[in-house]
Design a protein around this ligand. Structure first.
Ligand code: UN1
Length: 512
């Protein structure tokens, strides 16, 4: 699908200026600075969007609070019905929204479609969940007492998302928050504002049909200042932030300062171990998709491969062959595997990281570099780079959001696990081995310290059914599947006395 057709389907084609502030059906430009969105594909202006100033922000927060007072009393399965309809609307617009994601962010069309599929999947998950927001019953130590717990809606949820998953991460949060009875306020990355407008429009239309109160789904475009307002505002019960560790540290500290709740999904520095007992064909495929997919701009991208000495040369030889077949260019052209980086600043950071590794003693095995020529006129296209490095290099310890892969060596499995864990981040990890003892060691308490640990599959491309997130500087939050919904609700413990006396717990006597 070409971008013009996609914009038409999404109802965005004629807009000179798109809204920056929305509470659902009521959408306005906003009085903050206008945000221009340029596609990294060709460097051209896609659209301009408004943004929120402080007054707009306060207005939206007030609307979100009002809506919460109503929305929280809808039965959860009725809220689930709305999410079901939203998922269906996404099914209808999948091709168009996937194309917009691809064009505004730069990931391949296949990955753009995959991202919309992730939204649809989390909606399905949330619909089922709307009938399963279970609490426990607990046996009381006191006679004629009953104890149980129940989960109540929490309040307005602030959602700060990154450019690399411009629509799916919002949906992970909103689909759960909505069935849980929360309202949402979304600040998309200012690098992909049109994706924000497109999603908000789809939600608003569905919400109108289902008579959902104005203010359940809010959009507030803007830069980091808007993010700071979200972090500071005590009316926002939960702040879910996805992005760099630097951003998350600031948001987390501010939210903690007001004793609010935060859910942080921050940087990763994901490694994949290739044992001498690995199926190398599978390992190569996983490494290439992990390192090159989304041009290395997933938080789950494979950044380090830790290879057993005996298979190192063979692995490198096959990797070089596989990299040789990667086609780079317009991501909407399905012949290409890899599109551009998000902007020229990202290209500079990519080049700087390669230079720093060289200065630290590393060597490029596959040179990488910036692509020049008419096809690459936006200045955002690079070649994937593979470097021999040492685990302790400063650059290897940091997350660079680019297709740079570091090759590291190991001799025994414990050494490989130690290298894998010896970074500040803890999001995703993987091992390729056919040896049960190795894989179980990797998954044991002394194994990978990451939130995600896979055997014989790559570090990226998680399904929505599992809890998603990581440890250490990744921030500790869990989004998406499993019981991640609990972060979006408040737990209440209830004890009921149906007897005719009032015994105290712990056997305390207090007779009057
Ligand atoms: C992200 O990069 O922020 O596991 C999210 C994956 C995707 C989600 C990535 N399902 O790679």
């Amino acid at each position: 699908m070409n971008i013009q057709d996609a914009l038409k389907v999404l109802g965005l084609e004629t807009k000179e200026l798109n809204f920056g502030v929305s509470t659902g059906n009521e959408s306005v430009l906003g009085s903050g600075p206008v945000i221009a969105s340029h596609s990294p594909v060709d460097g051209n202006l896609i659209s301009r969007c408004g943004s929120a100033n402080r007054q707009d922000f306060d207005f939206v927060v007030a609307k979100s609070r009002e809506a919460f007072a109503v929305w929280r009393s809808w039965p959860a399965p009725a809220r689930g019905e709305v999410v079901r309809a939203f998922g269906n609307a996404l099914r209808e617009k999948k091709a168009a929204l996937g194309a917009l994601v691809s064009f505004e962010m730069g990931k391949s069309y296949q990955e753009g479609l995959g991202e919309v599929q992730e939204m649809i999947d989390i909606c399905d998950f949330a619909v089922g969940l709307s009938r399963q927001l279970y609490g426990l019953t607990i046996h009381s130590e006191r006679p004629n007492h009953r104890m149980f717990e129940q989960w109540h809606p929490l309040g307005p949820v602030g959602i700060i998302t990154a450019f690399n998953f411009p629509v799916a991460v919002w949906a992970w949060n909103t689909a759960l928050a909505w069935v849980c009875g929360d309202t949402t306020l979304w600040k998309p990355s200012e690098k992909v504002p049109l994706c924000g407008v497109a999603c908000q429009k789809i939600a608003a239309e569905v919400f109108k049909q289902h008579h959902v109160p104005e203010g359940v789904s809010c959009l507030i475009q803007g830069d980091r200042e808007v993010g700071e307002w979200i972090a500071q505002n005590p009316a926002i019960a939960l702040v879910s932030a996805t992005g760099s560790t630097r951003m998350g540290r600031q948001v987390g500290q501010v939210v903690a300062g007001r004793l609010g709740r935060s859910l942080l999904e921050l940087g990763g520095n994901n490694a994949l171990i290739v044992s001498e007992e690995a199926d190398l064909d599978l390992a190569i495929r996983a490494v290439v998709f992990g390192a090159v997919g989304t041009a290395g701009q997933r938080c789950t991208s494979t950044r380090r491969v830790i290879i057993q000495n005996k298979v190192y040369d063979q692995f490198v030889e096959r990797l070089q062959k596989a990299y040789g077949s990667i086609r780079i260019g317009d991501p909407l052209d399905e012949n290409n595997h890899m599109g551009p980086l998000i902007d020229t600043q990202a290209v500079d950071m990519y080049l700087k990281a390669i230079e720093s590794v060289k200065q630290e003693g590393g060597k490029a095995l596959i040179a990488g570099g910036k692509l020049e020529g008419e096809k690459y006129a936006s200045g955002c296209y690079v070649k994937p780079c593979v470097m021999e490095a040492k685990p302790e290099y400063q650059t290897v310890q940091n997350e660079t959001f680019a297709p740079i892969l570091y090759l590291l060596r190991y001799e025994n499995i414990q050494e490989a696990i130690d290298i894998q864990n010896a970074v500040p981040q803890g999001l995703s990890s993987a091992i390729f081995t056919q040896n049960l003892l190795e894989s179980e060691t990797f998954l044991s308490a002394s194994g990978s310290d990451c939130g995600i640990a896979n055997v014989n599959l790559g570090t990226s491309g998680a399904e929505i059914g599992g809890a998603f997130g990581g440890e250490k500087e990744t921030g500790g939050g869990r989004e998406s599947g499993s019981d991640a919904w609990k972060a979006y609700m408040r737990r209440q413990t209830n004890t009921i006395n149906y007897g005719r006396s009032i015994p105290l717990a712990q056997g305390i006597q207090f007779d009057l």
